[in-house]
Design a protein around this ligand. Structure first.
Ligand code: HSE
Length: 291
C-alpha cells in the first residue's frame, strides 16, 4: 500500500502576526510513503542536496512519531519526496515536510489520529504553529502554541487576494533570523503588534482589503531582520505606493511577500518594483504569483 500526499507551501507572520498567522500558498511538495521491508529515502530534485537519506531524515522521524502516538508497530518505510518549494527561504519547506509526513503516515495506518492530533505534534516540533497550521489546514490560519497545546481557526482567503513573492537567490536559516531578535520587547511594541495583528485578522475575515495597508505593519521582528535582507526596508516602506495592499517578510525570510488585489491593474508595476529594488542591492530574486 502506498500513499501520496500533496502539501502546500506557506507564509508565516503576514507582518504583525509573529508566530501566530500563516497562509497556505499554491506551491507544493509531494511525499510518497509505503510500508516496506527496508527503509529507503529517495529525494528527487537538485535542491535536495545535503538532506539526509537515512533514518535521521525528518520525514522518516516524523512518520515514526505518528506510529508511536497511534500505538502501532514502527514499520520500515519507503519514502520519496519531490518539492517545488524552495528550501530555507521563508516559504515553510520544513513545515510542509512535517505535515506531509504526518498526514502520509497517518493515512498508512488508516487515519488513527485526528487532524487536531497531527496539529499538536506539528506544533510541538516547530514550536510555532503558523507554517504547519497553514500547510495542514490550508487557507489562512490563526493559531497559538503555548508550549503544551495548539489551537487554531482557519479563515477562507478573500477570492480577490493574490500573493506576489520575491524569492532571493540566497538562503537564510530560520535559526539565524530568530537569533537577531531581542529576548524582551517594549510594551509599546507589543501593543503595536497586538492591535495591528487583530486588525489584519478582522480585515481578512471581513474582506476589507483596503485596511490591510494599515494593518500589515510590524514592530516585533521585521525591524531586527531587515539588516539581513538588503532592500527589505525599502520594500516595506514603498511597495504600497506601487500597488501592494500590504507587504511583509515571508516567515523568517529572505522571501518578501506582497498581498495584492487582483483587480488592481498594477501587478506588473509591483513585480517590477520588487525585482528592481532587490537588484539595486545586488540581490537576484525570482518572483512568483501565488494564491
Ligand atoms: N514565525 C516564524 C518566524 C516562522 O518568523 O521565525 C519561521 O519558521
Amino acid at each position: 500500500q502506498k500513499v501520496r500526499v500533496k502539501v502546500p507551501a506557506s507564509t508565516a507572520n503576514l507582518g504583525p502576526g509573529f508566530d501566530s498567522l500563516g497562509m497556505a500558498l499554491n506551491l507544493y511538495a509531494w511525499i510518497d510513503l509505503a510500508i516496506s521491508e527496508q527503509t529507503t529515502i529517495d529525494l528527487i530534485g537538485d535542491q535536495m542536496h545535503g538532506i539526509p537519506t537515512d533514518k535521521t531524515n525528518l520525514i522518516y522521524k516524523v512518520a515514526q512519531m505518528v506510529f508511536q502516538e497511534a500505538g502501532v508497530s514502527h514499520p520500515e518505510l519507503s519514502i520519496s519526496m519531490y518539492s517545488d518549494i524552495p528550501l530555507t527561504r521563508g516559504l515553510g519547506s520544513s513545515a510542509s515536510a512535517i505535515v506531509g509526513a504526518l498526514a502520509g503516515a497517518n493515512a498508512l495506518i488508516g487515519n488513527k489520529l485526528t487532524e487536531y492530533e497531527l496539529f499538536q505534534i506539528a506544533s510541538r516540533l516547530e514550536k510555532h504553529p503558523d507554517n504547519v497550521g497553514a500547510s495542514l489546514y490550508g487557507g489562512i490560519v490563526v493559531a497559538f502554541w503555548d508550549g503544551e497545546k495548539a489551537e487554531s481557526i482557519r479563515i477562507e482567503p478573500d477570492p480577490n487576494l493574490e500573493v506576489l513573492v520575491a524569492i532571493p537567490a540566497f538562503q537564510l536559516a530560520t535559526e539565524k533570523a530568530r537569533g537577531v531578535m531581542p529576548k524582551q520587547v517594549a510594551m509599546k511594541d507589543a501593543v503595536f503588534n497586538l492591535s495591528h495583528s487583530s486588525l489584519l485578522v478582522a480585515a481578512l475575515i471581513t474582506g476589507n482589503l483596503g485596511m490591510i495597508r494599515h494593518a500589515m505593519k510590524d514592530a516585533l521582528h521585521q525591524p531586527y531582520r531587515a539588516p539581513l535582507i538588503p532592500g527589505m526596508k525599502t520594500l516595506l516602506e514603498q511597495a504600497e505606493n506601487h500597488g501592494a495592499l500590504g507587504v511583509a517578510l515571508s516567515g523568517a525570510g529572505p522571501t518578501m511577500l506582497a498581498l495584492v488585489d487582483q483587480r488592481s491593474g498594477r501587478k506588473a508595476e509591483l513585480e517590477g518594483f520588487l525585482k528592481e529594488t532587490l537588484a539595486k542591492e545586488g540581490i537576484e530574486a525570482q518572483t512568483l504569483w501565488l494564491k
